[in-house]
Write a protein that binds this ligand. Structure first.
Ligand code: SAM
Ligand code: DTB
Ligand code: SF4
Length: 321
């Protein structure tokens, strides 16, 4: 069967459905491909913090905004390994290392490669998010054994220029092409609450779903408004609009893991449960995201118990490839 090509209008029509129709559809799709009692948990670590040259209006780490963040240079490999060991003990299956860079420099690559090798040796899946990559850098990371590369499209191509001016949407897509060609798995999603319209959300998901192979992992972040950034006073998106975005992502990308990402700290247990019902099956787990606090780990464990969710490496059903 040939792959469905989504139009923005198709995606908008999903958003427009009565909420319970949309949730029912998303649940059906979810259960065709995943065990709904399983959830994948990843741990994040900022391996290079702050003073990023880019002007992403939501980001605490851009050098252009006074957010009060303490910058830190590239972390020593030993410290990264210690954090990964702790993440494994805590029950995380994937370790995601993020750097506040426009792109990695070639001189950084040997350290980055060492981190990948050492974290893999612990038996964890590895993910990195280091900014844009050349095709050579993507190949190097893949050959070193990096499993996933995270590079979000963040919003629609139409709205991107309102949020970032120092690099283009096409530049993001080019990196994703390099990652795909290298053989690594793609983690790519976006942020809800930047001031985008429902059509922008539909357009962003259309970009992701229409990729030749959609991202294996789709993080949906709810904006954490950071004081000092141009979006620091943005109002939170309506809870149900957020749930709709998760449900539409699930329907448009049936085989992708959908990660309920930034913003969980301020979500009620009930809202998170609705997001899982809508098809989210992965979270970031641990006290901190990159620079912002995350939901409390004990609260997450209690929530898993209350919802009978079981942390698992891959919630995919065995008979689905
Ligand atoms: N510099 C790299 C890049 O931009 O791809 C990697 C790090 S960057 C912080 C990774 C992602 O974090 C962004 O693409 C964005 O989706 C998310 N993010 C950053 N700040 C956020 C915020 N305040 N609220 C929600 N998500 C945020
Ligand atoms: C993603 O989509 N969300 C994560 C991860 N990929 C790198 C980052 C969230 C960052 C939230 C704000 C902060 O901690 O700085
Ligand atoms: Fe830099 Fe990434 Fe933050 Fe943009 S999102 S300012 S590229 S760290």
């Amino acid at each position: 069967m040939s792959k469905k090509v989504w139009t923005i209008e198709d995606a908008e029509a999903l958003f427009e459905q009565p909420l319970f129709e949309l949730l029912f559809e998303a649940q059906k799709v979810h259960r065709e491909h995943f065990d709904p009692t399983k959830i994948q948990v990843s741990r994040l670590l900022s391996i290079k913090t702050g003073r990023c040259s880019e002007d992403c209006k939501y980001c605490s780490q851009s050098v252009r905004y006074d957010t009060g963040l303490d910058a830190e240079k590239l972390m020593e490999v030993q410290k990264v390994i210690e954090a990964a060991k702790k993440a494994k003990e805590d029950g995380a299956s994937r370790f995601c290392m993020g750097a506040a860079w426009r792109n990695p420099k070639d001189r950084d690559m040997p350290y980055i490669q060492k981190m990948i090798e050492e974290v893999k040796a612990l038996g964890m899946e590895t993910c990195m998010t280091l900014g844009s990559l050349t095709s050579e850098q993507a190949k190097t990371l893949a050959e070193t054994g990096l499993d996933y590369y995270n590079h979000n499209v963040d919003t629609s191509p139409e709205f991107y220029g309102e949020i970032v001016t120092t690099h283009s949407y096409q530049n993001r897509l080019d990196t994703l092409d390099h990652v795909r060609e290298s053989g690594m798995k793609i983690c790519s999603g976006g942020i809800i609450g930047l001031g985008e319209t429902r059509r922008d959300r539909a357009s962003m998901l259309t970009q992701l779903a229409n990729m030749l192979t959609p991202p294996e992992s789709v993080p949906i972040n709810r904006l954490i408004p950071i004081k000092g950034t141009p979006l620091g006073d943005n109002k939170p998106v309506d809870d149900f609009d957020f749930v709709r975005t998760i449900a539409v992502a699930r329907i448009m990308m049936p085989k992708s893991m959908v990660r309920l990402s930034a913003g969980r700290e301020n979500m009620s247990s009930e809202l998170q449960a609705l997001c899982f019902m809508a098809g989210a099956n992965s979270i970031f787990y641990g006290a901190k995201l990159l620079t912002s606090p995350n939901a409390d780990q004990d609260d997450d464990n209690a929530l898993f118990e209350r919802l009978n969710l079981i942390p698992a490496d891959s919630p995919m059903l065995d008979n689905v490839c």
